[in-house]
Design a protein. Sequence first.
Length: 120
Amino acid sequence: MSNAWLEALSPDECVELLSEHTVGRIAVVVDDFPIVLPVNYRLVEGTPHIGVAVRTRAGGVIERAPTNVAFQIDGIDPSHRQGWSVLVRGVLHHIQTDPDATEFMARFDPEPWILAERDQ
């Protein structure tokens, strides 16, 4: 018999975890099928909304996806059967590399591990 339990994280705890990590997964639907992709990200804290910034390549899966998306990060400890998960649902906004986006990109660039063509 397991002594495991499930406990909800507060919104503040979720934001703190999002700010401490840089790799997560974005879930989108493309060609009528869901797909989940690993991405580097950076938390964008603002008023009144909090966002998650990812950088992708032109014409890629994320850029072609509809605007409703989900994003998730986890911390798992299999040996102790413990973990946490933060799930974010929201709307995808495309920020192009134009002069108006330069300041935003400088402040919230997620610095992807794969730089080639990741300018969207």
